[in-house]
Design a protein around this ligand. Structure first.
Ligand code: SAM
Length: 328
């Protein structure tokens, strides 16, 4: 099968698979207001996921990230992980979670073959965590982070979406976590989606974050994006064990280096985070007996991947799916 190179010369090696629409948190910036914590609807069964991963691996995908919704809500997760990890060609298996269930799941997931773990955490203050997520579960997440470090996930990545007037006063507290722990704090620029509360005034660019941190700490750039497929700006902090990074989807667009594809929990292919859900892979898998025929459909879809995503204001008005459906 041919490699996945799009009309702009970008080679695709990274697949983000949403395993469920459901989430046990209800983060204000992730879901359209009022949609509640349970989103129902069909999801791809494990057999279809495995067949897809094999097809994508044959096309050149070597890194898979499992996401959601909240991927740890999928009851068959450790088993699914070990089967995906065994697919020939998959070199790196990663997972993004809110950390709520990691207290019991971190070690089994590591044993099953998850290599890289990202935990999303937007506040270290219990009241504020409750306000952002709708659940009083900060202690569970902190316990989960401890369990993940004990299980050997190193460096453990912590994803923090920085929102002006909401949690941007906690930057230094997050950086402090990297003093003695092998964690990589990744500050993410807040992205606009339909009804997710984004506003120009609440946007904090990575330059502003960096400027505030550099009032206190010396940041030393390290090989850009080596660990992330090229999208993060990585820094060490003098005297610290961990690192910090900035992810800049708005202030420093990285579309020209995009090497990723996404599959939603119900099996729709998204060639760009901000493009409408396209090819229905669930239907394609049911209809096409041969993997080669499904692969051809994927290549056809890739041929219409946009060169870059639209500007912020347009994104705010137009996104077709909330983040919990896409997986970030
Ligand atoms: N439930 C899992 C979690 O919380 O990590 C996985 C799914 S979540 C949609 C994946 C990532 O998307 C999280 O790190 C989250 O912070 C990020 N995300 C969601 N909405 C975002 C937004 N508007 N801007 C930036 N990042 C966002």
């Amino acid at each position: 099968m041919s490699a996945m190179i799009d009309p702009f010369g970008r080679r695709h090696v990274y697949l983000r698979l949403a395993l469920t629409h459901r989430c046990n948190l209800n983060c204000t910036y992730c879901r359209p207001s009022g949609c509640g914590t349970v989103t129902t609807g069909p999801i791809l069964p494990s057999g279809s996921i495995l067949r897809l991963v094999r097809i994508f691996a044959a096309l050149g995908i070597c890194k898979v990230r499992l996401t959601g919704g909240e991927p740890t809500l999928r009851p068959d997760l450790p088993d699914l992980v070990s089967r995906i990890a065994a697919v020939q060609g998959i070199g790196t298996l990663a997972l993004t979670t809110n950390g709520v269930t990691l207290g019991s799941l971190a070690a089994p997931l590591r044993r099953a073959g998850v290599e890289n773990l990202n935990v999303s955490l937007d506040s270290l203050r219990r009241e504020r965590f409750l306000k952002i997520t709708g659940r009083d579960l900060l202690p569970a997440v902190l316990k989960g982070i401890g369990a993940a470090l004990e299980a050997g996930f190193e460096p453990l990545k912590l994803n923090t979406v920085v929102m002006g007037g909401v949690n941007d006063d906690e930057l230094l507290e997050f950086v402090e976590l990297a003093r003695s722990k092998p964690v990589n704090i990744r500050f993410i620029e807040y992205m606009p989606f339909r009804e997710n509360g984004w506003s120009r005034e609440g946007f904090v660019s990575h330059e502003r974050m960096r400027e505030r941190i550099e009032r206190v700490h010396r940041l030393v750039p390290v090989g850009q994006g080596e660990h992330t497929g090229g999208v993060a700006k990585d820094f060490s902090v003098e005297g610290f064990r961990g690192q910090i990074s900035f992810i800049t989807p708005l202030s420093d667009v990285f579309c020209d280096r995009c090497n990723r594809l996404r599959v939603t929990a119900d099996g729709k292919l998204k060639t760009c985070l901000f493009a409408p859900a396209g090819l229905d892979l669930a239907k394609a898998l049911a209809r096409e007996a041969s993997d080669a025929a499904v692969a051809r459909l994927i290549l056809e879809a890739l041929a219409s991947k946009p060169e870059k995503h639209p500007e912020a204001e347009e994104l705010r008005a137009g996104q077709d799916l909330p983040m919990n459906e896409i997986g970030g």
